[in-house]
Design a protein around this ligand. Sequence first.
Ligand code: SF4
Length: 362
Amino acid sequence: MNRLYIAKNKEPLQMTLDLLNRINPLKDRDKDIKIGIKPNLVCASPASEGATTHPEIVEGIIIYLLENGFKNIKVVESSWVGDSTKRAFKVCGYEDISKKYNIPLIDLKGDDFITKSYKGVEISICKTVYDLDYLINVPLIKGHCQTKITCALKNLKGLIPDKEKRRFHTLGLHKPIAYLNALIKQDLIIADGICPDPYFEEGGRPHRLNRIVAGFDPVLVDCYAAKVLGYKPDDIKYIGLARDEGVGNYINDDTEFVYIYDEVHDMSDEPQIVQKDKKYLRLIDEADACSACYSNLVSAMEKLNEMGITDKLADQICIGQAYRGYKGFLGVGNCTSYFEKYLPGCPPKVDDIIKFITELCG
Ligand code: SF4
């Protein structure tokens, strides 16, 4: 459906309820269907830091579903490689919601998987996904240091096993993300644009946007996210690839923007982030790095840049699975264990990277 619904400048729970009551997405659906809610709990960091979905939005969805007679609801998620989903459920406030409404939290890291094939590419998907009748995707409109943005399309990466997440990086991320979306249908998207980090997926630099966007087409939602985050849809390769696979459509002249509190608003009034030039990224030589690993290195480099240390760094830092078994000079992560100087860890922690580079430059 070529329409996006946008709520702005109220409390997250209120905006979520108002959006759902306006859209009425489950009209005429059997009350016994099994509904999965998929937030973005990439790491154990509260939503105020800009990395994870506000629990109030998921709470709003649960209240709406219960009030409308839907009781078979679960929250499903798998945090990124190296972090614990259970810890994220606790730190991000989802345990409290689970207890309050008696809704199970499913940590997909412990799930079995089913392998599906799409255009000759095999993709393992957590089994729980195939036990759902209706998937509500609740991503963030957020920056990402490898793919530039993450929103509805990339959030489905939390529905695959950790081993597959790593493999996605060896396949270049964009194509497998598009193919994953061709294999898993998301029925409704409620995208959190409250205070996302526009630059990094692990948060820490929240930017107040105070909006929630709802729709049925993940490509359309991601086009909106790209625009707000300062990009064009074609700047993010997987959005175009997903469109080419028939997952959804770009924003076009016929796209309708429904501002549920303010009918006179239009898309040209939307905020647009100006992306910073991160020169220190040129010091990183990345090849198939996992998100957590690369993100930790980029976070460390940003801090080292503020400390004036990146100027002293003469060598490029290699990171990623493609370096396994290869010799080199400077590396970060276990994949570079054959390098002359490398920092162990899978993934290494931000503080350890800062210490490692500082000592090297000292
Ligand atoms: S060390 Fe290698 S496998 Fe481990 S997180 Fe980093 S890139 Fe991924």
